[in-house]
Design a protein. Structure first.
Length: 479
């Protein structure tokens, strides 16, 4: 067994793992004893499920809304803006056939369920249907319910589910939060067979949640929800700040580009930032800028550390505590004192763009080229996404939070490419650093091209070379 590690450890035999988990599950439900080796998140959930009186033989999700009431409830739910993104990234091309994606509300009620029709019909049999409540207190250990209970991303593999009728399924879920307040709005879940508890799927789900949260923020801005306002001293005009853009794709450090409002706020990209004075919040909550600050001109090259910190804050709009920032920045131990010193140095560069309170958060949204790629993917513009993809996210960074973001974005692009029937898009992917050694992408390109055409010949030649490098005994990687 695997302690507190991944639900499906790399290289493990899913059949053997399932059998071991079923034995452990039987021990717990019949004796109340927790066998050693069960992952902590699962063991804790089993205990909560038993205390709630959940029947381990079958889940009992309630459906307490009529169809009309559910339609009305969904119409006004903030996750409504997320549905097109979820369909695009997960259902239509994310991890392939055989999956069902679902969005719940903050109580575990399934608002939308979409995906493979055959899988949906089978899941109907255990009550995994729109309108049903899948909180732990009703259905026991399951990814959406346990993600809500723990407020963290969760994977549940096979017999880790508390109820036996759900043992054939595996699932991955992550909370979706309000970008402004950090409040959990609901959960994004994918359910299917064993592969739905793999590390790759966890990265895809958490990346999709990030795209969903960005879309919620954008939808609110489009509806006129006012961000913090900006005006010059002595002026009666009020307008939303257009502060900054951070480019991190394919660069050794980041490039910060500032708008005129950022310059007026004293963020000049040259180190004097807020220390130069001339900006404050007035009683109305408006930024008030002093005239005469030096304006930003073009982009400012950030150090790798400052680029890492700004990127992490830009992708965690609800803010990061000192401890969270330390974990995301360094693979080893990083003291609170060191983190505070790093934040202080960053503040001298970006000034009031970095808010004064804790947890550390940005005073206004900072867009990034990572966001641009994900927006293009979400609207189905794969060629646009590839055109904006200048390379891996901060390729020299070893910060765990950045490495995760780098892997997620690469996985999203690759999944979209492998699901695409556009040979031009596949050609663009195999021309990237990540795509040039991608066996399956070259094989996909070959299948899309006319036999004997130049792309077909190039793809076949590359596959032969890759086959030699992988060894004569291998037909393809991973097989």
């Amino acid at each position: 067994m695997h302690g507190n590690g991944p639900a499906w450890p790399a290289g493990s035999d899913p059949a053997a793992l399932t059998a071991s988990l079923r034995t452990a599950h039987e021990t717990f439900v019949t004796t109340g004893t927790l066998p050693r080796g069960i992952r902590t998140v699962v063991a804790d959930s089993w205990v909560r499920s038993a205390r709630s009186g959940v029947d381990p033989e079958s889940p009992a999700p309630t459906v307490d809304l009529t169809d009309a009431e559910l339609v009305a409830y969904r119409r006004n739910h903030p996750l409504g803006a997320a549905l097109p993104i979820v369909r695009r990234l997960l259902v239509e091309g994310g991890v392939g056939e055989g999956i069902v994606a679902a969005l719940t509300d903050e109580n575990g009620r399934l608002l939308w369920v979409d995906g493979d029709p055959a899988v949906r019909r089978q899941l109907d049999g255990v009550g995994f249907v729109e309108g049903a409540s899948w909180g732990e207190e009703q259905t026991g250990t399951n990814a959406p319910g346990t993600a809500l209970a723990t407020r963290t991303p969760v994977q549940v593999f096979a017999a880790e589910h508390f109820t036996r009728s759900v043992h054939p399924w595996s699932c991955t879920a992550a909370p979706v939060r309000d970008p402004s307040t950090g409040r959990v709005l609901g959960v994004l879940d994918v359910t299917g067979r064993d592969h739905l508890a793999s590390p790759l799927v966890l990265r895809l789900v958490t990346a999709t949640v990030m795209a969903v949260e960005l879309e919620i923020a954008a939808a609110r801005a489009a509806e006129g929800a006012p961000p913090r306002r900006f005006r010059e001293r002595g002026s009666t005009s009020v307008r939303p700040p257009e502060l900054a853009r951070l480019d991190v794709l394919g660069t050794a450090g980041g490039v910060l580009r500032l708008g005129v409002e950022a310059a007026a706020l004293g963020v000049d990209g040259a180190g004097d930032g807020v220390g130069a004075g001339g900006v404050r919040l007035d009683a109305a909550g408006d930024w008030v800028a002093v005239r005469g600050h030096r304006a930003a001109d073009g982009g400012h090259q950030l150090s790798l550390r400052h680029a890492e910190m700004l990127l992490l804050l830009a992708t965690h709009p609800r803010g990061l505590s000192v401890d969270e920032l330390a974990v995301l920045l360094h693979p080893g131990d990083l003291s609170d004192v060191t983190v505070r010193a790093e934040v202080s140095r960053l503040r001298r560069v970006v000034g009031p763009l970095l808010g004064p309170s804790r947890p550390y958060r940005l005073a206004a949204p900072v867009t990034t080229d990572v966001h641009d790629v994900r927006r293009a993917l979400a609207r189905g513009d794969l060629l646009g996404a590839l055109a904006q993809y200048a390379g891996p996210v901060l390729p020299r960074s070893v910060a765990p939070g950045v490495e995760q973001l780098r892997d997620e974005l690469c996985a999203e692009l690759r999944s979209a490419v492998l699901a695409s029937a556009d040979a031009v898009a596949v050609e663009r992917w195999v021309a990237t650093d990540e795509g040039t050694e991608d066996w399956h992408a070259w094989q996909h390109l070959m299948s899309l091209c006319t036999t004997g055409s130049p792309p077909w010949v190039r793809a076949r030649g590359r596959l032969e070379r890759l086959g030699r490098s992988f060894g004569s005994g291998l037909r393809r990687p991973g097989r």
